[in-house]
Design a protein around this ligand. Structure first.
Ligand code: FE
Ligand code: MN
Length: 360
């Protein structure tokens, strides 16, 4: 018997028996492992939808002018703290983006089995490449010594601690994981939580807040613009990993023990402590309009949203968001004329697919 399946506004006629068989063989982990990219029939709709959204957000660093940033970088109007924040941002993210991309390719994408999950994770990894490339563009524009940036990862203890926190977990999970025992499934689930909710979801936000605070004061318009695009991308990455995590525990109920939940909450507590230490390193004294206490409060606020997002109890009660404007920074409409043409081009290139997102 034949049956019609829909993805967006496209329809496909599939043999019903074969389609049902393929559908039930699709799992987050331990599903049918195939080298054929069988998107149909689609099981994880969110993965395909996020893939489309992410693709429509495509951006290229070189489209963003850096002239004003360069002028400010060279001028004496810039305070030491502001210069330090930009250096910390470029130094930290230069390696952090690579660590995330590496974990996606060698741990996450390697262990999931449904093709639509591999599809969205491929795009996710590519966006980490764009972010890494944007940092190279900032380094070259400002004339920062690349070795100095690399050295920050070893010389600044608060950066080193944030890195070890995620890398130690990722390294242990490479290749040939047996995902049958509960403990191994938990290790994989923990990795997804750690990277999606603790690192990209929380530990990126101290610097997002600081750089975009400067941007809000009309400082570093080019770097700020790139961070806005990056923030928008990261919000999709957090969603990819959140959905992955939720479906993984739904399909593997043995994972979700009270002890495991406690372990994840402790992990987030550690992530928050490391991020607060790091914020105080970035902002040793309060600069104009920037207070370390407010950034720390923001981390408490955002960490609790991440925990709740995956069904865990928050660490605090009733922390208010000190930066409501930060969420609006992701809302990139057509305010940049120089970019408008390019966005339209990218959109056109994807017109073959069903674009149901007319946001841009
Ligand atoms: Fe990124
Ligand atoms: Mn990311």
């Amino acid at each position: 018997m034949e049956k019609t399946y829909k993805i967006g506004d496209r329809t496909f006629v599939l043999d019903q028996t074969k389609a049902e068989e393929a559908f039930s063989a699709k799992k987050i982990i331990n599903g049918k492992d195939t080298m054929f990219f069988n998107i149909l029939p689609l099981k994880y709709q969110w993965a395909y939808d996020l893939y489309k959204t992410m693709k429509n957000n495509h951006w290229e660093p070189e489209d963003i002018p850096m002239q004003k940033d360069v002028e400010l970088w060279r001028s004496s109007d810039l305070s030491d703290v502001e210069r330090w924040i930009i250096k910390m941002a470029i130094g930290y993210f230069s390696a952090a983006e690579g660590i995330v991309g590496d974990n996606i390719q060698h741990v996450t994408r390697d262990n999931v089995t449904a093709p639509e999950l591999k599809l969205v994770l491929g795009r996710h990894a590519h966006e980490e490449n764009i972010h890494a490339d944007s940092l190279v563009y900032m380094i070259s524009s400002l004339g920062i010594n690349p070795h100095e940036c690399e050295a920050m990862f070893e010389d600044i203890p608060t950066i080193e601690r944030k890195t070890n926190f995620v890398v130690s977990n990722s390294r242990a999970l490479r290749r040939d994981m047996d995902l049958d025992p509960t403990a191994d499934k938990q290790a994989f689930a923990k990795n997804i939580f750690l990277f999606g909710q603790c690192m990209e979801g929380t530990q990126f936000y101290g610097l997002f807040g600081m750089v975009l605070s400067l941007y809000r004061q009309n400082k570093f318009p080019g770097i700020g613009q790139m961070f806005r695009y990056t923030l928008r991308d990261e919000s999709n990455h957090i969603e990819v990993f959140r959905n992955l995590f939720m479906d993984l525990i739904e399909e593997n109920e043995d994972v979700w023990t009270p002890e495991f939940r406690e372990e994840l909450i402790d992990l987030m507590r550690e992530a928050v402590d490391l991020e607060k230490e790091f914020i105080r390193d970035c902002l040793p004294v309060n600069a104009l309009g920037l207070s370390a206490d407010e950034f720390c409060q923001y981390i408490d606020y955002i960490a609790d949203r991440r925990l709740e997002g995956v069904g865990l109890s928050p660490l605090n009660q009733g922390v208010e968001n000190p930066f409501p404007w930060l969420a609006e920074m992701m809302d990139i409409k057509k305010e940049q004329n120089f970019f408008e043409g390019r966005v339209t081009e990218y959109q056109k290139a994807s017109a073959l697919g069903s674009v149901d997102d007319d946001e841009l």
